[in-house]
Each structure stands twice: as structure tokens, then as C-alpha cells.
Design a protein around this ligand. Sequence first.
Ligand code: ZN
Length: 304
Amino acid sequence: MNTLEQPVCLICRSANLHSYYYPPVIFNKKTFTYLECPVCLSAVITPLPNEEDFREMYGESDHAYLLKLKEDEKLNFTFLYEPYNHQKYQLDFFNKYNYGSAGKTLLDIGCGSGFYMKYAEQKGLECYGIEFDEKFVSLLIKKTNLKLSTFKTFEKEFVGKTFDLIHIGHMLEHSINPDEVLAFAKKYSHENTILIIDGPLEKNKCLSRWLIKTVSKLKRKKHNTYPPQHITFTNYNSQLRLFERNNLKKLNYEVAEQMFPLPNRFTFKHPLNSVLFLIARSSVNLSKLHPKLGNLFHYAGRFN
Ligand SMILES: [Zn+2]
């Protein structure tokens, strides 16, 4: 849809949306508001960001961790592997379901830092990654030696090529067209390709989410000014619905919980942070009691 059309739910395609409690975001001299879908309970931002908004959102500051490395210094990924962090969960699921033995090649769509590819490479897979920004891709190649390209170059170079595993990690929620991302994955799939998808469930139930929502409602902030990088917000059922609607047959679907956006380190120096840390950790433990509680999902499936 373009910005002039009536907003639709990008998860279930319903057009009957109502306002959602998230304060509007003022970004790039525009006001973005949030709408909720009464059918699947997802939320979506409106208007959808355009190309210029995206350029503002994902500038150089978004990969500051690469820019601060010394000239010939390579990126060390171990800082990402802390417990209760979403990257660590993605790798834990990779091991749990033994994806390393499910094929020989892996395509990572929206690979970010490339941590998933690096890990999969160590497990013996031949990996290829795609990202949007040309500058980011060339910097990342220099700092990681991974095989990467932009979407444009990839589509030219890989005509007719398929991969055994395709990973989409924490990327769908950034897309103004999740259906298109899944269709792109399908284009590079053969009949046995396993599509592995990880992401947040920002409208799912768990103690920390409930607390964040309650505090936000009490604060009644007029607006925020962060870059609105997340376009869709899903829960356990709506996330699954998106995959079913795109003709994926489920192999695995699980919920986990990260401590982010609450602190994942305890510190005596900042009392409020310590309290938030304890709440986040309690929430993680509480969510272990029920399989649908949490704020992250892991999915694997095949196209029908
Ligand atoms: Zn919906």
C-alpha cells in the first residue's frame, strides 16, 4: 500500500483498524501514529515510512559498532552472545533444532551484523547474506569476510539459485511489506528448503510487556521522537497467521523472552535499573510456566 491508501493490517490484511495506545512518533518532520487491528490484534504504524524516512532511520549511526573498529580490526561477535539476548536465542534455536545438519547452504535475508551467518559457517554451512544499504554491505564485508550483497546485486547474481536454509532474523517487523519478504524467500527456495524466522512479539503477553504498557499509559506521553524502525507489532497467534496466509507449513514454533528493552545487567549504581532488571528476570522466569508467554518467537516452516 502507499501512504495515500487506507491503512491495512500488514499481518491479516484487514482494513478495519482503530487507534492504538502507543504515543505518536515525530520523525523526519512527520507524525507517525499506531493503529491496532481488531481481527488479529496486531498493530501497524501509519503512514508507512517512505524511502527517505528509511534513509534517515538506518544511517551510519545504525552501524556505529563497525565504524568504531580500527582500520584492520575484524568484528568480534561474542558480545552478542549474552544470555536472554535475542541473538543468543536465535543461535540456541539453531542448535536445538540442529539446522546445521538440515542442508549445506544458508541464505540470511536482512543479515544485520552477520552473526547468524558467522555461527552457521562454523557449523559447516556455506552462507550468503543480503542487506539493503550498499555502504553497510561493503563495510561489513571488510570487517567480517562474510559473503554479502545488496538485494539489487543479489537478484542479478543469483538467478535461479536456491538455498537449503533461509533465515530471516528480526527483519519482518521492519518491513512495510512482510508478504513481499516471504515471497522473496520463496523465490530462492526448493521444495525442501527450511525457512527459519526469528523476531519480536511486541504485542504478546508477558509480565515485562504488561508493565511497559501500564507505565506508558500512565505517563500519557504526547509523542516520542525515536526512529520508528518497527512497522508491525504481533502476538503469538497473529505472527503464525502471517505465515499461514503466506502458505508456509509449520515445522517449529516457539516463544522465548528477552529482557530488552529492560536492562539485562544488574548494577548497584542505579537503583531503578536494578529494579527493572529484577522485573525483567522475573518476567523471563514467569513466562517459562506457559508456552505462549514471552516477547520473542522462533518459527521454522516450508512453503507448500
Ligand atoms: Zn490484522
